[in-house]
Design a protein around this ligand. Structure first.
Ligand SMILES: NC(=O)c1ccc[n+]([C@@H]2O[C@H](COP(=O)([O-])OP(=O)(O)OC[C@H]3O[C@@H](n4cnc5c(N)ncnc54)[C@H](O)[C@@H]3O)[C@@H](O)[C@H]2O)c1
Length: 388
């Protein structure tokens, strides 16, 4: 593989991890952060992560040292000159990202690809101050970048097809699973996964079941590794709430993405979850959760959340956000779903999913539950979702 000069901006959780991945695959990496304190934290964090890989026999000690010395930690933006690929992973703030892209364009050649790791901002807007917009693209890694395989590759209206292809190839060379997503709110994963949290919160708010029962339903009936409330506490209610709010706004307030007052209150009260000791669960003073074992209740909770997830996947497919194959890969590799949602719907029967949604739509009379036309088409034609 050709050795490239890669620069990463932002030495936080994502940037440091991306730098480590790039250096592991033989590239010279410059990790830039405007705050020296962030670099002072990132350096030992990368070392620790490499030592762990050595302990697990995933890397030799020599290779770990070589990776470490391939990363240059710097607070001087000028050090990124000569880069072939620049990946931005700074604070999730549009002006900060736009300003950085503007400055970076002055320091690199016209051949350098400019990528952003944004989770929720429009890629095209981040690069909108740049002169050459053909080389701007989203490369959305998942947390932690060293372990998670999925990378959403997000071309904009302006991105040259050859740039998208070379990013896809490069990500494959880094051992990642790249999927191509349209530059739309939440891309693939953060769009399709919204009901996992939103519908769970709605079920809780209606008093149908408590957190532990909803979590138990999704794990025991659906085989998900973590229930929605455990997962929100793990991600952080600050981050999860903000992503929901952003997607909702960017979707012109489509009620399907409406945030929940419950989660907003947790966010406002700094009950972020694991990192603050309390969220939906109390981690400082844990108690044994006692979920209901009412099988009919557990099944109905699963059916409802599952139907909403399938509806999102069907709608994303209909709206050409990504190919069916990439939608399936994104949910299995990016958030570890037990099965791709389209395949899963095919297995349980699309007509069952549609019946659940139609019942919710009629009962509540809310647009939130409107079935995707693609789901209706699949059922009307007595066919199945295409999954590749
Ligand atoms: N954390 C996640 O789960 C996750 C997943 C995928 C994508 N992302 C995205 O990746 C980006 C970084 O997220 P993170 O979790 O690593 O954040 P973080 O807060 O851990 O790190 C951000 C870093 O950027 C630095 N920074 C801030 N402003 C800067 C500037 N103007 N110039 C240079 N450096 C600056 C900060 O010092 C900090 O070290 C965000 O866009 C986020 O949306 C995060």
């Amino acid at each position: 593989m050709n050795q490239l000069k890669i620069s990463v901006a932002g030495a936080g959780a994502m940037g440091a991890g991306i730098a480590q991945v790039a250096a592991t695959y033989g590239h010279q990496v410059t990790l830039y952060d405007s705050f020296q304190a962030a670099l002072d934290k990132a350096k030992p964090a990368v070392r620790k992560s490499l030592d762990k890989a050595v302990e697990k026999n995933k890397l030799t000690a020599e290779k770990a040292d070589a990776v470490m010395s391939a990363i240059r930690f710097t607070s001087d933006l000028n050090d990124i000159s000569g880069s072939d690929l620049f990946i931005e992973a700074i604070i999730e703030q549009i002006e900060a990202k736009q300003n950085l892209f503007y400055e970076v364009e002055k320091l690199v050649s016209d051949q350098c690809i400019l990528a952003t790791n944004t989770s929720s901002l429009p890629v095209i807007a981040i690069g909108s101050n740049c002169k050459n917009q053909e080389r701007i693209i989203g490369l959305h890694f998942f947390n932690p970048p060293v372990l998670m395989q999925l990378v959403e590759v997000i071309p904009t209206f302006n991105t040259k097809a050859a740039i998208t292809e070379s990013c896809k190839t490069l990500m494959k060379n880094w051992g990642k699973v790249p999927v191509i997503a349209k530059d739309t709110p939440g891309f693939i994963v953060n769009r399709i996964a919204r009901p996992y949290y939103g519908e769970a919160l709605r079920i809780y708010e209606e008093g149908i079941a408590g957190f532990e029962t909803i979590d138990h339903a999704m794990k025991s009936v659906g085989g998900f590794k973590m229930g929605p409330f455990e997962l929100m506490d793990f991600i952080g209610n600050d981050i999860n709430y903000k992503v929901t709010e952003t997607v909702f706004g960017q979707m012109f307030y489509d009620p399907r993405y409406k945030p929940s007052i419950t989660q907003k209150r947790l966010f406002e009260g700094k009950l972020y979850g694991r990192k603050t000791g309390k969220g939906y669960y109390n981690y400082a003073n844990p108690s044994e959760p006692k979920p209901s074992n009412d099988e009919a209740l557990l099944q109905s909770i699963f059916d409802r959340i599952f139907a909403m997830l399938v509806n999102e996947a069907a709608d994303a497919l209909m709206m050409q956000i990504a190919s069916a194959e990439d939608i399936e890969l994104a949910m299995t590799k990016g958030v570890n779903y037990p099965m791709g949602l389209l395949q899963w719907a095919n297995t349980t029967g699309p007509e069952k999913v549609l019946a659940t949604l139609q019942h919710l739509f009629e009962w509540y009379g809310e647009d939130r539950y409107r079935p995707s036309p693609l789901l209706k088409r699949v059922v009307a034609d007595k066919t199945l979702f295409k999954t590749r």
